[in-house]
Design a binder for this molecule. Structure first.
Ligand SMILES: Cc1cc2nc3c(=O)[nH]c(=O)nc-3n(C[C@H](O)[C@H](O)[C@H](O)COP(=O)(O)OP(=O)(O)OC[C@H]3O[C@@H](n4cnc5c(N)ncnc54)[C@H](O)[C@@H]3O)c2cc1C
Length: 384
């Protein structure tokens, strides 16, 4: 039977996090977004709400059972307050899921602080010569007694400036494409690691940057998953993060639309509130419709993941469409605010700049459409 309602547990969590997002995160969002420092004290508060341990082992502070829908609910709700902080549960979800393929030593070192929100890890896949074509990466891992030596450069990496370690994808010398790529946990304080900050148009607190590896020694215990199969593990988890990113962008857009609706009833021109003009009220209706449609694609992807159903195309639909829907809704909300929509003192333009990142990060629209169209062309339809 079809049921589009959240379970009681999900609904309660959603209300708690929406309240938290609006009360604790929203007031400082604009000021925090202008800083390149990540607010770990707020991340720890989010950790205490149980958001960062969803699906991770109880012995490290997690919930113990996988619940991708709950993670989606959390990111959408937190994005009402602060898009950048709302991205942390997605990063932790991706990092945590990969660390579970690592040694006990690595899990004990990194999972407790990541779940508590006191530390985070970067995911270092993209390189100057390989982004969409990720398996063209060139960073190398050379076998030496007791471990590996890493050499190469990663770029456009979120959390590069504040992470205590990164998951680094590197290939065996002489290997090509995805074969021979392994994943390693590299402590950012290791000898030979250097980071350089990159300024973006938004997402400043995420500490975007390049990471350089110059003969960096990584011990055997820091290999994640099987040697030479790191790429496959990473790709599987993107099916979760793509849907969650969609919901995060939509959460920010929903907040903008609500602000625009309030403003439209208060602002008067020509003797009446601007909400009386269909030129103002119809965009509210149109963008609310697009958001509603996109939300359910994202939730369906997460639900399908939970139910072990095919969801790669749904995740790609979420990833290419929801950020576009969100960006357009935010732009419409800015326009309804007139000059105030452009003002740096209002959060609308900041949300626009932050959400723009997700048109590219985690895979561009063209790459997502390639995944969906491949399935359509092979099977005649997407398997839903
Ligand atoms: C804010 C932000 C945060 C990021 N964080 C991280 C991170 O934490 N870790 C990480 O590893 N990476 C990160 N990235 C990098 C991101 O994953 C890549 O930028 C993205 O995958 C695109 O790669 P590229 O920039 O090299 O673009 P390219 O791959 O060079 O693509 C350039 C253009 O060509 C198009 N294109 C490429 N191939 C095709 C094709 N086959 N068909 C049609 N069009 C195509 C693309 O869609 C794009 O429009 C981040 C990026 C951003 C913007």
């Amino acid at each position: 039977m079809l049921d589009f309602t959240f379970s009681d547990e999900h609904e309660e969590f959603r209300q708690t996090l929406r309240g938290f997002g609006r009360k604790e995160l929203l007031p400082g969002y604009t000021a925090r977004s202008a800083s390149t420092e990540f607010p770990f004290e707020l991340l720890a508060k989010i950790g205490r709400l149980g958001v960062l341990g969803i699906g991770l082992p109880e012995k490290f502070g997690g919930t113990g059972h996988d619940d991708p829908v709950l993670l989606g609910v959390a990111t959408e709700a937190l994005a009402y307050g602060d898009v950048n902080l709302a991205s942390a549960p997605i990063q932790v979800g991706l990092v945590g899921a990969q660390l579970l393929h690592g040694s006990e030593e690595v899990q004990e070192r990194y999972l407790p602080p990541v779940i508590a929100g006191t530390e985070n890890l970067a995911i270092a896949l993209t390189e100057p010569g390989s982004g969409s074509d990720a398996s063209a990466l060139r960073t190398t891992a050379r076998r030496v007694p007791g471990g590996w030596l890493l050499n190469g450069e990663k770029t456009a990496i979120s959390w590069a400036m504040s992470a205590s370690a990164s998951l680094v994808y590197a290939r065996e010398e002489g290997s090509t494409r995805s074969r021979g790529v392994s994943c390693f946990v590299v402590d950012m304080a290791s000898e030979g690691v250097e980071v350089r900050h990159m300024m973006g148009m938004g997402c400043l607190p995420l500490g975007w940057g390049s990471i350089y590896f110059d003969n960096v020694f990584v011990p055997d215990s820091h290999l994640i998953g099987e040697e030479g199969r790191g790429f496959q593990v990473a790709m599987n988890h993107f099916d979760f993060s793509r849907a969650a990113i969609g919901l995060m962008c939509l959460g920010a857009a929903e907040q903008c639309l609500e602000e625009a609706a309030v403003y439209a009833t208060q602002r008067e021109t020509f003797g009446q509130p601007i909400a009386q003009y269909q030129g103002v009220s119809f965009p509210l209706a149109e963008h609310a419709t697009y958001i509603e449609g996109a939300r359910w694609v994202c939730y369906r992807a997460l639900w399908s993941r939970q139910e072990n159903r095919s969801h790669t195309s749904l995740a790609s639909m979420s990833k290419w469409w929801a950020p576009v829907v969100a960006k357009d809704a935010i732009e419409a909300s800015m326009k309804i605010h007139g000059n105030l929509g452009y003002s740096a003192e209002f959060p609308l333009q900041q949300r626009f700049r932050d959400v723009m990142a997700y048109l590219v990060a985690d895979g561009t629209a063209e790459i997502q459409k390639g995944i969906i169209s491949k399935e359509i062309l092979q099977k005649g339809t997407v398997s839903l």
